[in-house]
Design a binder for this molecule. Sequence first.
Ligand code: BGC
Length: 741
Amino acid sequence: MRKIFLLVLLSGTLSAHAQSLSDAKWVTPSWKDTNAARIPVFDKSFSVEKKIRGATLAITAHGIYEATLNGRRIGNAYFAPGWTNYDKRLQYQQYDITKLLSAKNDLRITIAGGWYWGAFGHDLMVNRYGDGAALLLNLTIFFEDGTTQQFVSDESWRCGTGPVRYADFYTGEVFDARVQPGSWQKVQVKNFPPVDLVETINEPVTQHEKFVPRNIFQDSTHRYVIDFGQNLAGFVRIKVHGNKGDTIRVEHAEMLDKHGHFFTANLRDARATDIYILNSDGTETLEPHFTYHGFRYARVTGFVPAKNNCLAVALHNDIATAGTFACSNPLLNQLQRNITWSLNSNFMDVPTDCPQRSERLGWTGDAQVFGQTAAYNRNVQKFFAKWLADVRTEQGVDGSVPVMVPDLYHRSDSLKRSCAGWGDAATIIPWTMFRMYGDTPALAKQYESMKAWVGYIENNSPGLLWTARGYGDWYAPGDTTALAYIDQCFFAYSTQLVINAASVLSKKEDSIRYAKLLTEIKKAFLKNDIDADGNALSNTQTAYVLALQFDMLPDSLAQKAIVHLENLVHQNGDRLSTGFLGTPYLLHVLSKYGRTKLAYTLLNQQTCPSWLYPITRSATTIWERWDAIRPADSSLQQTSFNHYAYGAVGDWLFGNIAGITPLEPGFKKIKIAPQPGGGLTWAKASYISSFGKITSWWNLKKNRCTLAVDIPANTKALVVMPDKKEFHVGPGHHVFRAHVE
Ligand code: BGC
């Protein structure tokens, strides 16, 4: 009873907290030097005399904070308050700290630069969003006698330094365990331009999977190299027994080169090194607090690693697993595993391109390419709701959408801010989220932003031909697809998605207006980008894939186009030649036009470029480039070995091999239409929808396909067997059989 009352009491205060934060004052260190590297510790001691019923802390910072009360960590989040477009939106977190309070208390908050003022971005600029650390908090205690007391950040606080001597995301952290927090000075109260203080809605970044060393060896310089067996984003925890003052360095790398050398050339300006100075002659456990690295290997000096004294700890947003996929081909299972590892490594509060080099940015193109696959694998509803709020608020008044969100470089020239396949994240991701979660209010929230994006394209497309600069079919091997061709296809697709959203939201006038616009966009496309015989003016796989996927062609031309696409695949030795924008749709287009066999041939292909080539080279994550390890001489490119974009094929594993798709947004009605093939003898996938778990599990024995499905309560399903026979079923377990050729 008491507990329930406390919960009600605490949650009753939650909404009040944004206000209570307005009682608090922003405080900053008062030191005068401009040493951006100095990591401040804010401190406040206080006593509590009465009996406590509960206590909450609302807190935010400029930078990334770690808070302790009486030496114990508050919460388990990393890099809080998270990355938003700080000029407009700053998140705060709330914690129930009842159990940490005692009669005498010491509240300490360490704040490192993170995205706010740490060295970050291609140029490693410091103080990008503002000068140094600042803290805003409110700690409220509820007493048994019904009274409350609050401690807010104000001039009564003090500020010093502690063991964290330096930290940024790329360089790493320097931790001097000999240093106790001290050198206290008064804080300074400061005013900042107002921004929206918003409560965090997405799951925090927390510690997850842990890997013990798989192998440890000494390199030619006698330094120890640890192989953790999995490329990941996170840090290395070490347990050392040394002497006070000893220095230990831990460097990180994703790869060893073909000679077995520790390979750091692809990290660009990221030094990716954590340094510890020991405090005692006993055993110490050390790990960084304000940085992360993308790595599979660590090279250490100053201590002798062993299987029981070091651990790789993965960090990522604490989002629930939604889907699982497995089948009879171990290489495809490894591909699925690699997809989820690139997902883990790049869901670091914003969807990032890569976790290792001096980049790690919220590239909008990468996010839209991978969004659907991410949503099959994890429950990304809150994660993307938070990021889409940034997309909305980063959008220019002209509707332009930056190529990265948060828009790190505050680019003012909207043409530089926006391009096809990247800006379209503003329409594609909201629609993907709606498809998976059926959340109409969430779609309504994005609607104006979706329209504004299409409006932006329309206003910059004389004669309704969009010809923007852009990244095109990024990293496609082989012939280039013309930018203007890609632009026009995405112009059409985004317009189609606005039409879809308008129909869900009953915006009749908009539906009519955008339908007319779409007809004109497609007309302009046919006139400009397709010749009289139905040949795309860019003779590439991606050109045909986009035209077919986005329904750019009348039926007669579509039939020709799919044959062109087939031929291009064959001419390339039954291999793909698509980049970031074509790849996600390639297999979908083939199966949509009855070429599932060829789709499987591409999926099973093991020579470069293909999805399985990296697996034959022991990849444990998805690579940025198909040929990140050059097939000819096994040399490594200076590229990312952990980039989820090409992992977008994961959507085809769930949606086509296992055949689970929403027939109605949010899976109120489910379609299960598995497509056996590619030599597979069985496949099984599950997806936890908001109604419950859906399973599709088929096996092939000779020419007999048996399918078992699980359909959750309050839903209906349409099952389409490989022989095209259809069944309508309700909740429960059902088994079907079909004859297949
Ligand atoms: C990133 C990509 C991104 C691209 C823009 C790269 O540096 O890693 O993933 O989308 O730039 O083309």
